[in-house]
Design a protein around this ligand. Sequence first.
Ligand code: BGP
Length: 480
Amino acid sequence: MTKQYTPFPKDFLWGGATAANQIEGGFGEGNKGLNIADVLPGGTERLSVLSEPGFDFEIDREKYTYPNHDAIDFYHRYKEDIALFAEMGFKVFRLSIAWTRIFPNGDEEEPNEEGLAFYDRVFDELHKHNIEPVVTISHYEMPLNLVKNYGGWRSRDVVTFFERYVNAIFERYKDKVKYWMTFNEINSGLMMPIMGLGFSIQNEEDKYTPTFQAFHHQFVASSLAVKACHEIIPDAQIGCMIIYAPVYPYDSNPENVLHALKEEQLFNYFCADVQVRGEYPAFINRYFKENNIELDIKDGDLALIKEHTVDYIGFSYYMSRTERKEKTNEEKAEGNIMSGVKNPYLKASEWGWEIDPTGLQVALNQLYDRYRLPLFVVENGLGAKDNVDVDGPIQDDYRINYLREHIEAMGEAIKDGVDLMGYTAWGCIDLVSASTGQMSKRYGFIYVDKQDDGSGSFERSRKKSFYWYQDVIATNGANI
Ligand code: BGP
């Protein structure tokens, strides 16, 4: 057999990605405490909760169904799922630890042994199949007690609780986990503070000083985590994790170019600059001044941030974003998570997310040029409805096409000289969608029989894309 050319390095980390609250279920089991995801409703209510001010973080059992309470029951079925990942040839599996399994209320002195033991079992199972875990420490699921009684990340106390949590997990899993990430999509706090920063905006004012104070606390917490990780697990790598959507100016009007640049600075680079370069970027001073943002920065914070920066940059890539200074309503790209106008060159997914594989090559080049650190694409994928009404595997060619084009774009970026560590396709097994709280927006190579109304057997089955991705990994990206 002739050896096919592949741009991917031989130790490239192929795999898939998930988050605890979107797969585990096991609601209340093993002494797990309540977290934000446990009180987020599903369906259209979820989007309004995430986008409108004044959510009260109460469980309303009369009114809502809570998809995250069973999710896909990974809590009980992890062995079967990990065996399927192994069959696809995964080198890595990205998952998150639920903070509330380890510290059910967030502010206890001692960790919960049952929670620690659960992840021991999961990591052992992964290692049995030669799969390395890539662990997100906090993925949209702050303990509810910290939200309600402390005000989420606005409180400095939370930094202390987080430090306790990371120390407990680094000590416990130091021999089992070598890839870590601090906060999932940390910059998402700018558009979804409930998930990213653990509080609900009440008024316009909250978007400024309280929001950026919460970010500051996360930056301090992130540096403390990096410091502890390097001390406790010297052979581990710990990264940040951002949403990255390159911002294109709508046209060559310099006003639009400048506007796109400003959006890019604030959204794409603000958090990463602090976590990677170890300092607040120059551009943020003007934004702070113009919005009367004054931060309470304690002695030693800036030195800590400077000294303990991340080892790599993890990022999610779903779409690019196009900006013009003056927008009309018709031009808005409705489905995109971020504001922006429709890009006339791009098609969109069923949820209106604009599909732009070339944008991934742009993103990889931009990030590598700016930071010169290894990059890791830790989320990417197509949310789509699958048709189960077929003989044999679900024919998800749309998913294969999307992933193929994005993997090709990564190959091109590697040829451009970008140092790319790996790729974990989002929702490698169908899971609860973060923005809709529903099952019908599916990303997986593995179908899970669970429906939006909560019905279904939880049975797993392989889609066409399962076999395709298996071949991609087996040939290190040569057969796509
Ligand atoms: C990212 C989140 C994930 C995930 C993904 C897809 O922003 O980190 O948790 O859910 O987006 O989004 P959705 O589930 O809304 O389609």
